[in-house]
Structures are given as structure tokens and as C-alpha cells.
Design a protein around this ligand. Structure first.
Ligand SMILES: [Zn+2]
Length: 338
């Protein structure tokens, strides 16, 4: 797939996962073509270090392989867990996948959890566990939509992938809500982990994208997986119902910037690989939007008026369906601040 189609696929998958706004089958047909037998677009992200990012099919995943062990960050959309586990284990080579991290509870990041929680340590924030269970029914139902899309694709993924998703859908009645919840629930601001010879830290910087965000810092690789604290060149999903605020989100991104230098590799939750500039751009997104909405409020525009506007900052940005809603959320936040 071209870079553009990869981006577009990520977009379709994430929209389906986040807001239930399913992309049309034609769009999915193009996105899910994938490589020969594989579904996910795995790419090395830190030289020969054993760090691979997995794009498409949900939030970006990260696989760290070191010293005979492997750790996976995020499990993509419901229905894709069996394929994800197969591909991650294959990519890990002879190393054993021992640990999974969930960056937060959204269905495009925990949807594959039932393929991992039954026998592996799956680490997430305590509140991630609560919300993942609450949303389990909705998350689970996304698998039927994915199967429908890939089954009708003009150039579908391999039969093996279709069979895996079909088997998952056929067995969905057996999957309990708890299968989506991380098995090791953490509440500390910083949690240290080791995978083989690599040390990493999970950071819960407070409420940002949700109330259970974790980002993953791997100092030895100078690498950060942001979870959904970064939607790179995309509109983001501000999950107000799960405790999101743009002010908190900016603070959380700043906490990542504080760990970066010019060479830091940044794997965003959605969008292409970036660096510290991608982190700064996420903060600028909120600042530009806040400035725009504030000016419009001063001029007497209503929330509905503002939601119908198209600020310059929208130009060329993906996930465009989230743009108007974000203007409204920014309006509400400013109103609450007085
Ligand atoms: Zn999310």
C-alpha cells in the first residue's frame, strides 16, 4: 500500500473504533488489502533494536523484542486480536511474547485483548479496566462490522485473516466483558518494566485523552509510544465522557516533550511516525483551536455557529468528522472556565 492509503486506512479503522462511525465497505476494501498473508503494516522504528510499529486496523501498536522476550503495546480493533497475536509472535521470532500494555480503554486499543488476557499479563491503568469492561459489548460488536467489510472487499486480505476474524465472530458469545480488561491494573504515575534487556516506563500523566492514559517511554531506544495523546496530522477524539480535557491533554503532551530530544522517535496513537515536533503540533492543535473559539465567543457566536465553522487549522487534517465536535467541546471547556 502507498503511504497515503496506509494513512487513510488507519483513519477508517480508528473512526470505526472511536466513534462507531463506520467507514464504507469500499474504503475498507482498499485499506484492508494488506500484504500477502499479513494484515498489519509492521515497520521497524528504531533501527535494529527490535522495535516494530504496527499500523492500520486500529490504534498504532508497538512491539518491543529483547533478550528472548517481547512486549506489545495495544491490541487494535475487536476481531483482529487473533491475527495480531499471530503476527506479533511471528515478528518476535524465537522470543516469547510475555506482556501487553494497553494505553487506554478505547476499543481500537483494547479490542484485541481477549486474544491476550487469558494467558498473558496485560497491563493497563485501573480505570482502563473499569471502562474496558463497561464498553465491552460495544467493542465486541465492532468485530462483526470488520468481518463484513473484509468479506466484501474487492481485494480482501488473505483467507487466513478472514478465517481468523470469522472464527472470532463465531465465538464472540463466549467472550465475557472481563476479557477486554487489563489483568494487571496500575495507578502509579510511573511504572517500571523490563522486557529482556530493555527497561521501559509507563507514565500516567493525569487526565488527557481519557482518565486512564498511559504513555510508554523506552529510554534505551529513545522512543515514546504516546497512546492517543497524539493524533498526528489528524483531528483527535476528545473523550469528555471519560474525563478528557484539552488543558490536561496539553500537560500530558508536555510531560512527553520533557523526556524528548531532537532524535526521539514518537509513535503516535494514530497517524504516521513522528518526533518531538509531532508532540508540539498536538499542543498547537489545542492552542489554535482555543484561540479561534475564544475569538468567536467574543464576537457573540453561539456554540452551534462555531461548530459549523471551518478554521484554517482544519486544512489538510484527517479524521475530519471529529473537527466540528472538537470545536463544540472547546467551546464548552471555555464556558466552564468562565
Ligand atoms: Zn483513544
Amino acid at each position: 500500500m502507498t503511504d497515503l492509503s496506509r494513512r487513510e486506512f488507519t483513519k477508517a479503522a480508528a473512526i470505526a473504533g472511536l466513534g462507531g462511525l463506520a467507514a464504507g465497505p469500499v474504503a475498507w476494501a482498499r485499506r484492508l488489502q494488506g500484504a500477502d498473508d499479513g494484515l498489519f503494516d509492521w515497520r521497524p522504528v528504531a533501527g535494529r533494536s527490535g522495535a516494530l510499529a504496527g499500523f492500520n486496523g486500529g490504534g498504532n501498536a508497538l512491539l518491543l523484542v529483547s533478550g528472548g522476550q517481547a512486549l506489545l503495546v495495544d491490541t487494535k480493533n475487536s476481531g483482529l486480536g487473533p491475527t495480531l497475536r499471530r503476527e506479533a509472535e511471528a515478528a518476535a521470532g524465537g522470543s516469547t511474547l510475555t506482556t501487553v500494555v494497553n494505553t487506554h480503554h478505547h476499543g481500537d486499543h483494547v479490542g484485541g485483548n481477549p486474544s491476550f488476557t487469558f494467558d498473558l499479563e496485560v497491563i493497563g491503568h485501573a480505570q482502563c479496566a473499569v471502562r474496558a469492561e463497561e464498553n465491552a459489548e460495544q467493542t465486541l460488536s465492532g468485530a462483526t462490522r470488520i468481518l463484513d467489510f473484509i468479506s466484501r472487499a474487492e481485494e480482501p486480505p488473505s483467507q487466513r485473516v478472514i478465517d481468523e476474524v470469522q472464527a472470532y465472530v463465531d465465538g464472540a458469545g463466549e467472550i465475557g466483558a472481563e476479557a477486554f480488561a487489563p489483568t494487571r491494573r496500575i495507578e502509579d504515575d510511573v511504572t517500571e518494566l523490563t522486557v529482556g534487556e530493555i527497561e521501559l516506563t509507563l507514565h500516567h500523566p493525569g487526565n488527557g485523552h481519557t482518565d486512564n492514559d498511559l504513555f510508554v517511554h523506552v529510554p534505551a531506544l529513545n522512543l515514546i509510544h504516546t497512546g492517543d495523546l497524539v493524533f498526528h496530522n489528524l483531528h483527535c477524539f476528545i473523550d469528555v465522557g471519560a474525563g478528557a480535557t484539552t488543558r490536561g491533554w496539553e500537560r500530558s503532551v508536555q510531560a512527553m516533550i520533557d523526556l524528548c530530544d531532537a532524535d526521539t522517535i514518537v509513535v503516535p496513537g494514530h497517524g504516521e511516525l513522528t518526533d518531538v515536533d509531532g508532540l508540539r503540533a498536538q499542543i498547537e492543535y489545542f492552542q489554535q483551536m482555543r484561540e479561534f473559539v475564544d475569538e468567536q465567543r467574543d464576537e457573540g457566536s453561539s456554540k452551534a455557529d462555531i461548530e459549523a465553522m471551518t478554521p484554517d487549522m482544519f486544512e489538510g487534517r484527517g479524521f475530519e468528522r471529529m473537527g466540528p465536535a472538537n470545536l463544540g467541546k472547546m467551546y464548552d471547556e471555555l464556558e466552564a472556565e468562565g
